[in-house]
Design a binder for this molecule. Structure first.
Ligand code: ATP
Ligand code: MG
Length: 286
């Protein structure tokens, strides 16, 4: 699979001059304005932005669950007009079926698509092993930890071999230790499979540790503020967070986000907690 994905360079997402307007209390509110960026094929593209800036909205537009008010989204040159099997989304909330075991959850997609159960289970077992869940195949979702559920979720998306994997803050809410472990598993998986990925996060450390490039969004009406390339080598390791290059990128990203959070704060609409969080992160770097 890795070879196919890398060679074919599939899953190039182009978001072109996208705007999105929602109604708020009966009045239109512009959430996205002139949003233009590429999700480069075979790369781990990270999207980061202030709270409420429209990250999930962008994921929904790429997934085809919503349509842009203006502009367009293309995948490998074809305009997105609705959901498709070429895109898989992993959400923050679990979507695993509680009445199925992990292996049945993961094999569900291929079985629905007509793959014989035995073969689907074989594929599911291989993926479960990649995400460290060997031995837990026959557990129900409420019999495993939150971190394990998240890993099963990623395996369930990957088994369908999408062109693009979209993850919307998949590790949000996990404790620090579990989150670190999830990042390591996810890095190994990405580096092994090479699948085009758009990963949404609001954590700067997570963004830099994972990314080949970080797409930083502005405050509403949201556009792309900056795109930072992360040239840290792969395979990535947790220890790379101590490198000067990492600290430099972290400082640059925090500065960009800080400017945007401040705009939101001045307008009185962004959570002041986010500003506090960014200021604390900046202070801890000094
Ligand atoms: N279906 C909808 N109808 C009306 N407003 C919406 C809808 N979906 C999102 N919004 C509004 O659009 C803005 C962006 O929401 P979105 O969930 O995309 O932001 P986000 O960056 O993912 O936020 P968070 O950091 O909280 O996850 C918010 O102000 C939200 O209230
Ligand atoms: Mg969101």
């Amino acid at each position: 699979m890795r070879e196919d994905r890398r060679k074919g360079s599939v899953g190039h997402v182009r978001v072109s001059e996208v705007g999105k307007v929602f109604a708020r209390a009966g009045r239109p509110e512009i959430i996205l304005k002139d949003c233009t960026f590429d999700v480069l094929p075979g790369r781990l593209n990270v999207l980061i932005g202030p709270s409420g800036s429209g990250k999930s909205t962008l994921v929904n537009l790429i997934a085809g669950y919503a349509t842009p008010s203006v502009g367009e989204v293309e995948i490998d040159g074809t305009r997105v007009t609705g959901p498709g099997a070429d895109r898989m989304v992993v959400f923050q909330e679990t979507t695993l079926f509680p009445w199925m075991t992990l292996i049945d959850n993961i094999a569900f997609g291929p079985i629905q698509a007509g793959v014989p159960k035995l073969s689907a289970h074989e594929q599911a077992r291989a993926l479960l092993s990649k995400v460290g869940l060997t031995g837990f195949e026959h557990r129900f979702t409420d019999q495993v930890s939150g971190g394990m559920q998240r890993r099963a979720e990623v395996a369930r998306a990957l088994i369908n071999r999408p062109k693009v994997l979209l993850l919307d803050e998949p590790f949000r809410g996990l404790d620090h230790m579990s989150r670190g472990l999830m990042q390591e598993y996810f890095l190994r998986l990405f580096e092994d499979e090479g699948i085009t990925t758009l990963f949404v996060t609001s954590e700067v450390d997570e963004a830099i540790l994972l990314a080949d490039r970080v797409i930083v969004l502005s405050y509403k009406p949201t556009a792309v503020k900056s795109i930072l390339d992360v040239f840290l080598p792969r395979p990535r390791t947790f220890q790379m967070q101590t490198l000067p290059q990492f600290a430099e990128l972290k400082g640059a990203t925090l500065q960009l986000l800080y400017e945007e959070a401040l705009k939101g704060f001045v307008k009185g609409t962004a959570a002041s907690a986010e500003l506090d969080r960014l200021m604390a992160a900046q202070r801890s770097m000094r």
